[in-house]
Write a protein that binds this ligand. Sequence first.
Ligand SMILES: Nc1ncnc2c1ncn2[C@@H]1O[C@H](COP(=O)(O)OP(=O)(O)OP(=O)(O)O)[C@@H](O)[C@H]1O
Ligand SMILES: [Mg+2]
Length: 389
Amino acid sequence: MRLILYVGKGGVGKTTVAAATAVRAAELGQRTLIVSTDIAHSLADVLGVDLGSEPTEVSRSLCAEEINILDEMRRTWGKLPGELSDLLRKKGASPIQADELAILPGMEEVAVLITLGRRIRSGAYDCVVVDAAPTGETIRLLSLPESLQWYAERILEWRNRLQHLAGPLLRGALPDLSILDVLANVGDRLKDLRSILTDPACSSYRPVLTADRVVLKEARRAETYLNIFDYPIDAVIVNRLLVSSQTGNAFFDGLLARQNAVVSDIERSFAALPLFRAPWWPEEPVGTPSLSTFARQLFGDRDPTEVMYVGPTQRIEPTDNGYLLTIRMPNVESGKLSVRKRGDALFIDVANTRREIALPRALVPLEPARARLRAGRLEIPFVPKQGNL
Ligand SMILES: Nc1ncnc2c1ncn2[C@@H]1O[C@H](COP(=O)(O)OP(=O)(O)OP(=O)(O)O)[C@@H](O)[C@H]1O
Ligand SMILES: [Mg+2]
């Protein structure tokens, strides 16, 4: 079973690339499902078919669905939002405010994940491709299993302790215990799902970019977050590239030069990962025949569901006085090395190439110490600033 999820900034072509991957996988004989987890669905438009909230057959071996968030909320959380809303109304919230407030942060994402888990476990598919929402929302979705599990465990501990300590009066004031049971149950289901989502033999995450600096910056951040939460990245997709023969006037020449410069930056940024490129089409690539052509331009003869790369591209481990950041740097064994940090960006100059890394929050207040390059890996210790010791 393979799960492939494309992440990237709004509008870069995630839905197009995901749909093309699914169309091609099905052509190669795999029972494939493409699921849109984006609340603003556009999968049906890209595939050129009508879709519902259950898998619908699009062509031989290919099913597609757009998750209906209202249905899945009801299925996952049952009466909980309704009960919360009643409670809030009794406390003075207007009905419309109460309905909005009763959807706690993360509830919708959890419902989406549970649906995804159900499809994966159904055994009906060899390959599930996820058409996800833009980066921020998807990172939130993917960080949920970890955080929810953590909260569920703490809440249960807290409940047990309170039940022992509290007298009858206080016990009556505790929140309805069934809420906590629902939460614990959901936490358990997500635990299983997370082990699938982080298994590199099964799941792959692929940043999608266009050759624009702002887009690249966001993709770097996505890479950092995926690495932190152990989601395996196996390839990078660069979409909407001008082909030189399309130029001929000053505007296109300028755009092509800009794209070429950003593409070299993308190659350096994701040095360890294979890069797949798609040309800029004059028309929109919609409908299965166009998507199949698009997939073959992107992946050539390769099966898009192959695991393209194994191994984290970055790793962050705690040390006695900070963290050690390890970055994969294949093909760079030696050379003059300089590491500088500005805000949440880390600039690495080695052997005449520059790489920029988006730092996670925990490393931002620290300073990089002397870095070491060995066996295709760059190790950078992060320690407290002098004076803050
Ligand atoms: N290589 C390409 N050539 C021409 N048009 C493209 C290409 N890739 C995508 N498009 C078009 O660009 C638009 C945005 O693509 P798409 O919907 O796949 O992006 P997205 O990343 O899923 O967007 P969102 O973040 O809104 O979900 C669509 O109209 C699509 O047909
Ligand atoms: Mg989309």
